[in-house]
Design a protein around this ligand. Sequence first.
Ligand SMILES: [Mn+2]
Length: 411
Amino acid sequence: MRFAVLADLHIGRSIPLAIAEHRRAAFERALTKAVDAIVAAGVDYVFVCGDLFERRTLRPYMVEFTQRELFRLVKETEARRKKSPLLLVIRGNHDGSRESNVLEYLKHPLGSYLHIFNDENPTYSDDNIFVVGLSEYDQIDRAFENKAKPALAKAMGIKIVMLHGFVEHYNNVPLGDSSVTLSSLAESGADFVFTGHYHKKCDPRKLQNGGWVLTPGSTEIYDFAEDPEKGLYIVDTDGPQFTWVPIEPLHVMRQVKIDNGRGADPKWYEAKAVETLRGFVDELHAQHKQGYIRIKLEGTLSEGWPSDVSEDRIRGAVPDPLLLWTDVDTLELNLPPSVARPMAENTDVAEYFRDFGGFAEEIREVHGRVREALEEEASTKTGLLTATQREQFIVDWVRRFEAKTFKGEKS
Ligand SMILES: [Mn+2]
């Protein structure tokens, strides 16, 4: 028996929005490449482990495109092997909810090659395999205990679980997210556990019961933090044998941090960003690929403001058709120590606004009252005042501003 195992195709993903069309094209192309690879391998079953789509609200062409590609997978496999493959699909957190399941769009009266698991009865079986397909990603541990384990206890044939959630000590589970344990997977008696949700490809891991767990990762680079190693697995149940089939990402997607431990001025950061961008463009030419980059500026400015680093100037310095987008992120760039001081305790705020003359005194007064209110009345959860509590200060500020003239102009 031969399987294809893939997950997290995210058809329709358009983030970053500045390059939405390129991003959508990348995810669609990954599906096409996956279908080509699966047809070439010639499989009996295809397991799609959730997040086939990016979101519940899809453009109609995306559904049509996906439907057509899945149909092509079936028809081309039939033509080569004289046997129709079966596609098994679970819902991921991006595929909508129990009430509005975007996978429903894929169903077709004649599409008997497609099995979409439903929440009420998450099992599928035939002469060869028995599959539990869990569509809940929340509290995956509980779903596994309550649904997968009892179902597998009575199962015949090759026992398979599909789930969209994390596996502890196999995936790198984010803090606070639910996960299933390797021992729990082993206790279930599953021969294969195929998982989605974790976007990084993992090597097959043998379980205590002799079964295997396998996470193929996503088929395209989902965000700037992800590695470019993308693809799917072909599994031969004899052995078993696992074959990784890489899918080369359409674009180069890169995130680079620029930091200066001792502090530097905006010009230094700008020059470094341009240098980084040049290096990236050289790399794009070497690879003959288009790409996008996010340059994150970190550390502390020695003078000036983050806005003195001009994104336009950086982009303008390295114009290139292969460079689809450059994002310069200054959110982590700290203000110079001299400017940042008002954040500290025991600071005379009026000192910083002395150019305002007598108005600086009023700023000091309001600032003091706001601080007092924050200390005494702020929510312990958010650290903020409620809208009603803020209202009095806003009214007061407006009154004071309206009573003032700046640079001879009535405000
Ligand atoms: Mn996903």
